[in-house]
Design a protein around this ligand. Sequence first.
Ligand SMILES: Cc1cc2nc3c(=O)[nH]c(=O)nc-3n(C[C@H](O)[C@H](O)[C@H](O)COP(=O)(O)O)c2cc1C
Length: 155
Amino acid sequence: MKSKRTTLVHLIYFSRLNLAADAAGRTRQLGEITRQAQKKNEFSVITSFLLVEQNFAAQIIEGERTSVNDTFGRISNDTRHRDVQIVEWREIVKREFVNSFVTVIRNPANDAIFQKAGLLPMFQRGTPKGGVIHSLAVALQAESLAKQGIDHLFV
Ligand SMILES: Cc1cc2nc3c(=O)[nH]c(=O)nc-3n(C[C@H](O)[C@H](O)[C@H](O)COP(=O)(O)O)c2cc1C
């Protein structure tokens, strides 16, 4: 049987969130985004990781090229964030993220990992590096998987 050739890519972008100032409103809005994005990403076989630090967001989206393009097309038109800028787009050999959509917000429990990555000053200058966003996301995912006791699957 002839198999269809597909190209796996990842896209990294960053933006500024237009979310409510109060914590409850913000949580509700992020919950709405998560519900929509999870459903769509599962359908399109997209895996992704969204980082939130202050009102800056950065997301890595992995999947088949046309699915990633379509997904990013919708994301970039969303008024819940602004100044959406692509940092990196390239072909990848394999996926690195295990979930269709996960959001990790900087908090006291993961503060040291964010601090070490040093992304905030880059966000503030408007020049976050793809490699820095990527390694921070990988580190946060590894920590979360280790907490769930499933780190041995990813050696
Ligand atoms: C920061 C942020 C990240 C998002 N990530 C995704 C995503 O990974 N996948 C997705 O389908 N939609 C994502 N969305 C939601 C889309 O922008 C859009 O609202 C949703 O896909 C529904 O699109 P539609 O109303 O055109 O059907 C995200 C939105 C924001 C603000």
